[in-house]
Design a protein around this ligand. Sequence first.
Ligand SMILES: Nc1ncnc2c1ncn2[C@@H]1O[C@H](COP(=O)(O)OP(=O)(O)OP(=O)(O)O)[C@@H](O)[C@H]1O
Ligand SMILES: [Mg+2]
Length: 259
Amino acid sequence: MELTISNLNKVYIRRERKMSIKGIGRPEIIKKSALEDVSFTLSEGLYGLLGPNGAGKSTLMKIVAGILRPDAGKVLWNGHEILKLGKNYRRILGFMPQQQGLYSGFTGRRFLDYMCVLKEITSEETKSEINRVADQVHLLPELGKRLENYSGGMKQRILLASALLGDPKLLILDEPTAGLDPRERVSLRLQLKELSKDRIILVATHVVSDVETVADEILVLKEGHLVERGSVDELKERFHHASSIEAIYLQLFGEPVDV
Ligand SMILES: Nc1ncnc2c1ncn2[C@@H]1O[C@H](COP(=O)(O)OP(=O)(O)OP(=O)(O)O)[C@@H](O)[C@H]1O
Ligand SMILES: [Mg+2]
């Protein structure tokens, strides 16, 4: 099992009208380079992706999930380009995006049922799959409720459950613990560790403790570049025997501003 990211580049282009005293100016084209020549290969294991706001984590994850096209570079699953794998990739991949509009009128079960259709999970498998993933995120008793009545953490967990449908071999999770209470956060951490034995899991997070004790390796993005990669122990040694990943993060990105 191998995920190869090869020389990815992504530039976002947007038009913006600048306001001035004279009124609204001519539209300007603004280019923002979000990823620059990012390459790495992952095999089975749990990988933590760290980096400040705007570093390019979500851009990278969307490209790996096949929902955003890079300007250059490739993503390969076991040597095959994901864009050519087409719908076969849908069974391999479980993706939890950072932000997603939920179908609020749906019940939890209806939402997961719909996601099973998108993933082309057979109707015979659907019920047991839904129950399995809902149980995993402790939402089984809540599946009859409408999503609009879910708490923030419950919404997050149903998205996670949907990423787990079909037992995908590649899990891409963009800030999965945002809004989770400590008990659910610890539970998720342990589950991901267990799941990573026979699959590839890439988790973007700002909560260093989510990955520090369980990740096989940490990858660090800075302004669109992959600047560090290694096990927690390797990184600690590389960074003058830093005491923690948080201390390394501060060495890379600066100390907090005094208050
Ligand atoms: N749709 C878009 N259009 C224009 N610029 C974008 C778009 N999406 C992201 N960007 C820009 O690309 C850069 C990388 O954004 P990205 O969302 O990948 O960062 P991130 O590391 O996920 O940040 P965060 O930690 O805040 O989630 C940022 O400068 C952002 O402003
Ligand atoms: Mg993001």
